[in-house]
Design a protein around this ligand. Sequence first.
Ligand code: BTN
Length: 286
Amino acid sequence: MNSDPNSLHEAVTPPADIAEALEASRVRRGGFGTPLYYFPTIGSTNDMAARLAAGGAPEGTTVAAEAQTSGRGRLGRTWFSPPGAGLYLSIVIRPDPGARAASTASAPAGPGLPAALTLASGVALAEAVRETTGLRAEIKWPNDLVVERRKLAGILAEASAQGTDLDFVVLGFGVNVRPVTYPPDVAQRATSIEAELGRPVDRGLLLARTLENLAVCREALRGGDIAGVLGRWRRLSPGAVGARVEWRTPAGPVTGRTAGLDEDGALLVERDGRLERVVAGEVIWL
Ligand code: BTN
């Protein structure tokens, strides 16, 4: 038996609900979800996807797991990933040949590829939740999914570069599908799709639609339609305008009011009559 939780040797055939939904969406999701590595348990799907990408795996390569033992969240947090409770998946994205150097830094017009993908992944997932379950999930900057301020899903986008050349980005999605007892530090702020709806949902369909939507967003970014993706993000994030929030600055935490998303994907916040840009970290609703 292999004791490495991120070993490729333990990948298995996905369960029927996932396999059938993926098969039905084969054309619409393009190369996303192909190949799919499915694990009953893994350390972190993001780590495995990064390992595969470092070994040359193509864009669209997807790693999914029933449970994670070392699921990671943003800002160094852990992501609670018990079996049967959620969707845990990671997708490899590669810059187009010739776009590598330009895509690590902020391009003259709009965000660089990692920042654009960070926002696009929130759009893809929020629209997939709405379309397949009817739940009106909203995006909290940059790409959390929330329902009435309770967190439904999180996305961890991790870029890998060689020097200034972007090599790949891994987009990791953690979706709370079924109700579970969350750890005390997140219990007040966490919810699940089924807890909100009071009925079961088809997680295979949700997974397949997320991949389809991501494929559409990827094509939009490839075609230079960043404004279209940002427009969809804005419509899915009513809290990005007019909400009282707290955020950290080098001088400590400050408060203000959200004032929209700028064309580079930064959150605008108004403080003492002046606009500031939040480009990293998080904002806390007050
Ligand atoms: C967040 O902090 O909100 C982001 C959470 C991202 C969790 C997902 S679960 C699948 C993938 N693998 C990980 O280790 N993390 C991401």
